[in-house]
Design a protein around this ligand. Structure first.
Ligand code: 5GP
Length: 253
């Protein structure tokens, strides 16, 4: 197979030029980072799980008419996606207080919010992705007023979809982050959900026990990250055909 041309390497993924114009290949790495890459590790099988889970969520979004970049999964670690121009924002939707919202506003983690709250962060690792207001976004031209209306609508639709999918398997969707990108059809531009949706970018808590099934397991040293992600994949029926972890020998009488 021809060697792929690398476009960009991020903390958890590598993007390559796709086989057709307007496509990219997204490769999911096993690298885990937190606190702006101050904490790092390699978690065996994480890339495979996130590839499968992001495929599952993006396909579901397509089914309900939420436009996104996913075209098809190529193999255990790669997916073919539409290329798009990423809007330099991280769009966060919160249903329960946790993480930086709890720290910033002094609200206990797990407190249900009166309604979903959408926040925007400017995507810049060197600044630590700071929280910004719609005033900043408009003034600095990161997105237009129309874009912001479309982004809000996409974010809330993703929230309803993801909350429902997770509720059905006994998991609470506490919050999540998405990214959106622009695709052009001649003079016409539209926004689509891009990047990934996976336990790396969501907070997922077991409804009965409160057990964390997301990247906080790594951020806060709460146990095995791959066990947590495998639990999410198992509940959703999204398991890689070949195991991502070595199988333990079974004792036979
Ligand atoms: P917080 O602002 O509380 O750190 O994060 C809110 C939500 O957005 C969490 O689900 C978190 O995983 C996600 N999130 C925020 N920033 C990033 C980021 O830079 N990368 C990823 N993968 N997720 C993020």
């Amino acid at each position: 197979m021809a060697r792929r041309n690398k476009i960009y390497e991020g903390k958890a993924k590598i993007l390559y030029e796709g086989p057709e114009p307007g496509t990219i290949v997204q490769y999911f790495k096993d690298d885990a980072t937190a606190f702006n890459a101050e904490k790092k590790d390699v978690i065996d099988g994480k890339g495979v799980l996130n590839n499968m889970l992001s495929e599952y969520f993006m396909k579901g979004l397509t089914q309900i008419g939420v436009p996104n970049h996913f075209i098809k999964r190529l193999n255990m670690r790669e997916q073919l996606c539409k290329s798009c121009e990423i809007v330099p924002l991280e769009i966060i939707v919160r249903n329960y207080a946790a993480g930086t919202m709890s720290t910033r506003l002094g609200i206990d983690e797990g407190t249900q919010l009166p309604r979903p709250i959408v926040e925007y962060c400017y995507k810049d690792d060197s600044l630590g992705d700071p929280l910004v207001s719609e005033e900043h976004i408009a003034a600095f031209g990161w997105a237009s007023q129309q874009d912001m209306e479309d982004i809000l609508s996409l974010a809330l639709r993703v929230n309803d979809f993801m909350s429902g999918v997770m509720f059905a398997v006994g998991i609470k969707l506490v919050d999540f982050k998405i990214e959106v990108g622009r695709v052009y059809d001649g003079d016409f531009q539209r926004l689509i959900v891009a990047d990934e949706i996976s336990p790396d970018s969501c907070r997922l808590w077991d409804m009965e026990t409160g057990r964390k099934l997301d990247k906080d397991v790594f951020r806060r040293d709460l146990g095995s990250l791959s066990d947590a992600y495998t639990e999410v994949a198992n509940r959703l029926g999204v398991m890689p055909k070949t195991s991502t972890t070595p199988t333990k020998p079974t004792l036979v009488n």
